[in-house]
Design a binder for this molecule. Structure first.
Ligand code: MG
Length: 161
């Protein structure tokens, strides 16, 4: 029996006018933002789902129901910090996180280091344990036509007690 556990997360949010675009806790200048109950930070949500999956905490819909007014407009980094607290409580430490944003526009490359830093700080881990990537889907599908963004994340946890 190994003490390592892998987790995968996937999330999608619709792009709409009149919302701020928040990715990995960074507000990025763009003509649209992601629609959702919280700040709709699709990248952070995928990371939270991957962590919850690896630790068998269920998923973020179960942890933070979107029917709960307490989470309306909340920064997803706060929710991530809460997931981090639950992980520690269950005796897990994060080994590493690899997250990928799928978006046609805007160019997010300049913001990737800050996103990784924000995710790391929320979890109380080192920035070198977090990698953030971004890709377009070559104009195809709902990310390609700009109707939404998606994100994947994989994480590795180690049971330390
Ligand atoms: Mg979400």
């Amino acid at each position: 029996m190994t003490n390592l556990r892998i987790g995968h997360g996937y999330d999608v949010h619709r792009l709409t006018e009149g919302r701020a675009l928040i990715l990995g806790g960074v507000e990025i200048p763009f003509e649209k933002g992601l629609l959702g109950h919280s700040d709709a930070d699709v990248l952070t949500h995928a990371v939270m789902d991957a962590l919850s999956g690896a630790a068998r905490l269920g998923d973020i819909g179960k942890l933070f129901p979107d029917t709960d007014p307490a989470y309306a407009g909340i920064s997803s980094l706060k929710l991530l910090a809460e997931v981090g607290r639950l992980l520690k409580e269950k005796g897990y430490a994060v080994v590493n996180i690899d997250a990928t944003l799928l978006a046609q526009r805007p160019k997010v490359a300049p913001y990737k280091p800050q996103m990784a830093e924000n995710l790391a700080v929320a979890l109380g881990i080192g920035a070198e344990q977090v990698n953030v990537k971004a890709t377009t889907e070559e104009g195809l599908g709902f990310t390609g036509d700009g109707s939404g963004m998606a994100a994947h994340a994989v994480v590795l946890l180690e049971k330390i007690r």
